[in-house]
Write a protein that binds this ligand. Structure first.
Ligand SMILES: Nc1ncnc2c1ncn2[C@@H]1O[C@H](COP(=O)(O)OP(=O)(O)OP(=O)(O)O)[C@@H](O)[C@H]1O
Ligand SMILES: [Mg+2]
Length: 213
């Protein structure tokens, strides 16, 4: 999935979150977004997810600006998302959390069990599937979030500070799995991060934001 920002500006009332930003993320890219707190990283993620609209400029998905709700929904179904704070439903098991997400994106009914099994297996969580989020370690929980994201066979994974709450070993482990999805399946990855050591050593494209107010 290709994402293109064309002179995008986002203001929240008097607050300017991003200003005249242009970039292209090509199908199969692994791209980092870095920048200080408040520089607009999460704003970019929310814009791509269509949770918020740009104040001006255009966001193109595969060279097309989605106009109708149907187009927006169709794009949304191809995007897997993971967040720093996990955002798992606490009273559902890991397997049920993944199943709920498949339900939300209207995933082919008869393929759901295999999609869940495959995702759990890839993330080495088969024997944690019946546990609740609070029963997993931080590293396992973030892997469960990635399992939930990849179960829908996304064309794009958006990861907003996914390693923020992980120790270095688990952070690198998560990066390993993201790289695997990128290299083996060609999934486009856009990841925001403060961890400059990770950014440096991966040698991928970087969108560096600055905070100008
Ligand atoms: N709903 C909102 N209403 C008003 N201002 C907002 C809103 N959301 C974000 N902002 C402002 O927009 C700017 C960019 O916020 P954003 O969350 O995108 O930054 P960030 O780079 O993700 O920061 P962090 O590294 O701390 O997560 C900040 O100054 C923030 O206060
Ligand atoms: Mg943020």
């Amino acid at each position: 999935m290709e994402i293109k920002f064309d002179s995008v500006t986002k203001n929240y009332g008097p607050i300017s979150a991003i200003k005249d930003l242009s970039f292209t993320v090509t199908q199969g890219d692994f791209v980092f977004i870095t920048g200080p707190s408040g520089s607009g990283k999460s704003t970019i993620i929310k814009l791509i997810l269509n949770q918020i609209k740009p104040s001006s400029g255009q966001i193109l998905v595969n060279n097309h600006s989605p106009k109708t709700q149907l187009e927006i929904d169709q794009n949304r179904r191809k995007i897997g998302v993971i967040f720093q704070d996990f955002q798992m439903i606490t009273d559902l098991t890991i397997e049920e959390n993944i199943a709920l997400n498949l339900d939300i994106v209207d995933f082919e009914n008869d393929q759901r069990p295999l999609a869940i099994d495959t995702a759990l297996k890839k993330m080495k969580l088969q024997n944690r599937r019946f546990l609740f989020p609070s029963q997993l370690s931080g590293g396992e929980l973030q892997r469960a979030c990635l399992a939930r994201a990849i179960a829908i066979s996304p064309q794009l994974i958006l990861a907003d500070e996914p390693t923020g709450n992980l120790d270095p070993i688990n952070a690198w482990n998560l990066i390993k799995y993201l790289k695997q999805e990128n290299e083996k399946r060609g999934t486009t990855i856009i990841m925001t991060t403060h961890h400059l050591d990770i950014v440096k050593s991966l040698n991928k494209k970087v969108i560096k934001l600055i905070k100008d107010n």
